[in-house]
Design a protein around this ligand. Sequence first.
Ligand code: ATP
Ligand code: MG
Length: 465
Amino acid sequence: MPAVRDAPAYPVPGYGLRVLRALEDAGFEAWVVGGWVRDALLGAPMHDVDVTTSATWQETERVLSAAGMEVHETGIAHGTVTAVSEGWPVEVTTYRVEGAYSDRRHPDEVRFVRDVREDLARRDFTVNAMAYHPERGLLDLFGGREDLVCGVVRAVGDPYRRFEEDALRVLRAVRFACRLGFEVEPRTQAALVACAPELDGIARERVGQEMGGVIASGRVAWALRHEFDVVARAVPVLAPMRGMDQRSPYHAYDLLEHTARACAAVEAFAGGVPTQALRWAALLHDVGKPVCASVDGDGRGHFRDHQRVGAAICRNALLGLALPREVAGRAAALVRYHDRHLSASPAGVRRLLRRLDQARPGEAPALAYQLLDLQRADAVGKTRACAQRTVSLAVFEQALSAELAGGTAFRVRDLAVGGGDVMRELGLTPGPAVGEALSGLLDGVIYGRVENSRDALLAWLRERG
Ligand code: ATP
Ligand code: MG
């Protein structure tokens, strides 16, 4: 259980205090609210300061501008402005409640209110619904502190109603459980499962953002095991994994548990700091399997081409969630090669680097290390015997590092000669033949048939015409 304090573990930072003081000196009421209060009670690293106030956004803007702060109208429809206080952004929102959610996404109306207690009641989870003021102390109407002590995510009010109002909260519950390492309180959990299908109606980019938070928590394995109904609604291509028997001597688990193990292992192999792309790739590495599954005469499962098919599914799924193109591209490249046999010879290393460079120009070395972690994680998620593969992957990693340290060549531009040399040597004019000749030279270098020096390459060209 986390050590939860009675009061924040650290004082409200000066730049936040300035905002509170300016508003209160002008006769309004203001509190720090939400994530800062939650994280400060947990003694977690300092969260941004969000302020909630009785002032309207126009009043807030006037007061804070007069106090010398820059104020940006970042969400005035919801009563939010962002003040820049001592260089730090502070979101200031008017006390408000939300009207009906007829589209289950956006409140039809936002109603501004004068009582902070109403504002706290519209917030999603008890741990997010606390306010704090340096003199008035902690305002905790729904047992948020107690829930921090017990490590539970609990909806404020009736969970079914709250999830029906805004189905995104279903995924937010999972995100906060992952991020805080909490469980979901049983009634909230039951409502979560019942309301998970409503996630289909939520804008994909909002789903992508929350799902990105689940991934970034490093605890997606927990979410797969405990909240699969929600995860499979957020990322529907995962749905067929549950209960999928791989009918293979290489797999001790169904596809879902295998994936959960791979996700957990990638955290361990990457020392707790895998890239977003690697985390997504671990989640989606076998996403092509259900589509590519076949069973042979002996009853064994095969998944021909699942790497290539999976890479395309992965890319589309991530772009569909409006995640950054680079993250989608990198994750797809990792999925594409997650099952590739890696040979630790210099040629084997260069071949992999060339492939990765073709997929993501300029990113091959970084991707190669991530691919190694993905392959290790995949191996330990299979059977004990498969886990032995981590040994040969360690050998490959040494070869990779040696090759990169020695200034290896795996791109045409790494060659010691250029197009001009080739044209002169072979009497060619510009055209596709030049590219072919260069690519032939690169093959020669990659496979160690010719040294990557100007003299050796030109002699080799002459010899072979
Ligand atoms: P994080 O560090 O993840 O941003 P946070 O608590 O600041 O944590 P936000 O998503 O930024 O989370 O939301 C800020 C606050 O607004 C939350 O703490 C919660 O009180 C409230 N909130 C945000 N989204 C919703 C929602 N969909 N329904 C109800 N309350 C919400
Ligand atoms: Mg926030």
